[in-house]
Design a protein around this ligand. Sequence first.
Ligand SMILES: *[C@@H]1O[C@H](CO)[C@@H](O)[C@H](O)[C@H]1NC(C)=O
Ligand SMILES: *[C@@H]1O[C@H](CO)[C@@H](O)[C@H](O)[C@H]1NC(C)=O
Ligand SMILES: *[C@@H]1O[C@H](CO)[C@@H](O)[C@H](O)[C@H]1NC(C)=O
Length: 357
Amino acid sequence: MFKYYILIPSLTLLISIPIIFYLAPSILPQRQIPISLPDELDDLSLFHKAIAADATFLKKPSRKHPSNKFRLGSTTVRRPKIAFLFLTNSDLHFEPLWHKFFNASDPHLYNIYIHADPTVKITPPMGVFADRFIHAKRTQRSSPTLISATRRLLAHALLDDPDNAYFALISQHCIPLHSFNYFYNFLLDTQKLSRKMEFPSYIEILTESPSLLDRYNARGENVMEPEVSFDKFRVGSQFFVITRKHSLMVIKDSKLWRKFKKPCVKIQSCYPEEHYFPTLLSMEDPNGCTRHTLTRVNWTDSVGGHPHTYQPPEVSPELIYKLRESNSTYSYMFARKFSPDSLKSLMEMADSVIFKD
Ligand SMILES: *[C@@H]1O[C@H](CO)[C@@H](O)[C@H](O)[C@H]1NC(C)=O
Ligand SMILES: *[C@@H]1O[C@H](CO)[C@@H](O)[C@H](O)[C@H]1NC(C)=O
Ligand SMILES: *[C@@H]1O[C@H](CO)[C@@H](O)[C@H](O)[C@H]1NC(C)=O
């Protein structure tokens, strides 16, 4: 028997691809690259694989690293890992600093994934970064492609290793403010692990911001309704550290993505990556999020939506200590943005200041 119910939707899809290609340039503002249907389908198939794999991981724990366990009293607990998701469209400027960060750690406690814009020529990174590139697509500021890239990183990391428990998004302008072990012990406190306590996601979720209404209407008026009413619309830093549970929530979402993937009509108010994640998690699991980011940023005197970029003369041990300070009960773990030529000053104080704890 022929499976017409499969054939017909596939045919419709095939016929609609050229139509969308033909129409896209006339509908979309010139400055934004559209997310094509084939790219969208490619991502969806990756997400489905990751979601299905996660369900089997639950039933049948992986034997990938059988030694990756530790004893707590009379029980043996698997040691969770942190997935570091590097989102970049240039060289990883602080690669030597990150090498130091990862070098001082147990290689069974982390995984690295890099999404690099394929249209940019990047010097292949070495050591722990070598061959850590995922299948990437073009990214562009002020467009939903940054959300897509992040979801792609999450899906790859979910699929790659069932032990990835936390997912930290990092850019090429980010630096670590503490050692790997400090960060690991902060996130994955063995006391909490042994008591099977719920771990939170560290993602900034703000309800107020002067330009929130403009940003809500960036895709056009009334476009977000009814899925995302204005009172549910949130803002927060794109740089988060979220749990496996929340990462799955993000790649399972299609309802909000359908809205957030729409191209902006007002480019100057278009920062979808600063809204999609906080809005989604605040709608689905507000109590599972700390509402604070672990990545410090300095918005004083910001120009054109760019934060202050620290230059070599500003880089000092005092700056590192100052950037760690936060209003929450824990310290900041990462900071941005640093100019690429800050590397030398940062390396000089890596052992004595940054990774001392
Ligand atoms: C990291 O460790 C490797 C091998 O142990 C070593 O060759 C490399 O120089 C180290 N890198 C840094 C930045 O310390
Ligand atoms: C933030 O940036 C401003 C310059 O834009 C600078 O004066 C200030 O010291 C910076 N704050 C911190 C905490 O680095
Ligand atoms: C802490 O809160 C105060 C008062 O709201 C604010 O001025 C300051 O910038 C905050 N500090 C940090 C590190 O966020």
